[in-house]
Ligand binder design. Structure first.
Ligand SMILES: [Zn+2]
Length: 89
């Protein structure tokens, strides 16, 4: 399954972590990439399509102070947590 292959109803776990990809025409699982732009989870294939070279340029331009990529796995977010907490204290 890839983007455009799916034409059914929204799955109950659409856009949820480890569930189905948030793209309506995809909804592959597992959705293990979090999109900080849409606050939903996507499959790796859609992540690569959305966050390609152009997508990366837009993210860097629109959110220069984000301090992280537009798409992250749970592991990536966990890995940078101690840095964020250190900044607060
Ligand atoms: Zn997808």
């Amino acid at each position: 399954m890839a983007y455009g292959d799916y034409d059914g109803p929204d799955r109950p776990d659409k856009g949820k972590e480890g569930g189905s990809c948030n793209r309506t025409r995809c909804q592959c699982s597992p959705a293990d990439w979090y999109n900080h732009g849409s606050y939903a989870w996507y499959c790796g294939e859609c992540k690569d399509q959305i966050y390609d070279a152009v997508g990366q340029l837009h993210w860097a331009k629109d959110f220069p102070n984000a301090g992280h990529p537009m798409f992250e796995t749970r592991e990536m977010m966990d890995a940078r947590k101690p840095i964020a907490e250190a900044k607060i204290s």
